[in-house]
Design a protein around this ligand. Structure first.
Ligand SMILES: [Zn+2]
Ligand SMILES: [Zn+2]
Length: 332
């Protein structure tokens, strides 16, 4: 029998295709041009050293000498920093001026790398850059929600090859985030505990879906994983906002994320992927029921009409087999 599973934190249902589920090896990507086979420096790339668009620069780490990571404003931003956040109505339809922030973290000086092949220090400094700019966004009263993510590869939405991540400061809390907050609050009201703390502890005890555990994090394929090799990296200590993660946690997270992405890179032949840092709205930073974490989604299958029509996914791999596959891969 196929099985429907529900994620207790998000309330999302997924169909796990237990019959005819594909073996993990069947998701290995066909050979394609690898990132590391491209040139290390490209004269026309706006993110390569020597081509820095200084008018767009918001931060460089370190501030002096050769930078390791940089943050730049998006050349074609989805939102702009100038303006008032005022709500208008056209008939019954609300709208707000597109105020906010849309910035890019250039993760490396090298054109031909990605977090899987970067130095751990580069991944760690990407998180430092997220935090430094995130704190600046937070101090802007017009900003309600910050989202941090990376698109790796064309099918994951990346339009430039040079390794980069993105962050946006939004003037609203998006509906799907609001819905998760409501579920987390309800769970806390019913049970008196944070649902993500509990989920992490349960996964740790159960063990079959855990891929790796570090000092500060557990990485596991969720019980109701929406797609093959879908991963959550959950901090052990309860904090609602990523901006409150400690420097030690960021260092550990960089190791954990890089380790997982290396396993995916090696084991599945560099599939496209997205990662997202899910963090509470900043006015909820002290919440006892919201808990930040990182989700990683390799793009080894395509979603289509069914997902669009239902918001529900069909996972053609067993979460336990996905976890076992990643667990047994050496990351080196
Ligand atoms: Zn470049
Ligand atoms: Zn928690």
């Amino acid at each position: 029998m196929p099985e429907l599973r529900q994620n207790v934190a998000t309330k999302e249902w997924v169909i796990i295709a237990t019959e005819g589920a594909r073996r993990p090896e069947e998701f290995v990507q066909p050979d394609k041009e690898r990132v590391e086979d491209r040139p290390e420096h490209v004269a026309t790339c706006p993110f390569c050293p020597g081509n820095e668009e200084l008018d767009l620069e918001r931060l460089r780490i370190p501030a002096q000498g050769d930078w390791i990571v940089r943050v730049v404003g998006n050349r074609y931003p989805a939102l702009r920093a100038e303006g008032e956040r005022s709500r208008r109505f056209e008939g019954m339809n609300p709208s707000i001026a597109g105020v906010g922030y849309h910035e890019v973290v250039v993760e490396s000086r090298r054109h031909n790398t990605s977090p899987a092949t970067e130095q751990p220090e580069e991944v760690e400094r990407t998180f430092h850059a997220f935090q430094a700019r995130g704190r600046a966004f937070r101090d802007d009263a017009r900003i309600e929600q910050i989202v941090y993510f990376k698109n790796h590869g064309v099918t994951a939405g990346a339009s430039l090859v040079h390794p980069h991540a993105q962050m946006l400061g939004l003037p609203v809390v998006p509906y799907s985030i609001r819905a998760r907050m409501e579920e987390a609050r309800r769970y806390f009201d019913d049970r008196g505990e944070c649902v993500i703390c509990r989920l992490r502890q349960d996964e740790e005890q159960e063990g079959t879906r855990v891929v790796l555990a570090s000092e500060h994090f557990d990485a596991f394929v969720p019980f109701a994983a929406l797609s093959p090799f879908h991963l959550w990296i959950v901090p052990r200590s309860h904090r609602a906002s990523f901006l409150d993660a400690s420097p030690e946690e960021l260092r550990d997270l960089a190791q954990v994320l890089r380790d997982l992405l290396r396993r995916i890179f090696v084991g599945l032949n560099d599939p496209d992927y997205n990662y997202v840092i899910r963090s509470a709205p900043d006015r909820e930073a002290d919440s006892k029921y919201l808990h930040w974490y990182v989700a990683v989604v390799p793009r080894v299958t395509r979603s289509a009409g069914f997902e669009m029509g239902t918001g529900m996914f069909i996972n053609t791999a067993l979460p336990e087999e996905s976890a076992n596959f990643l667990r047994t891969l050496a990351s080196t």
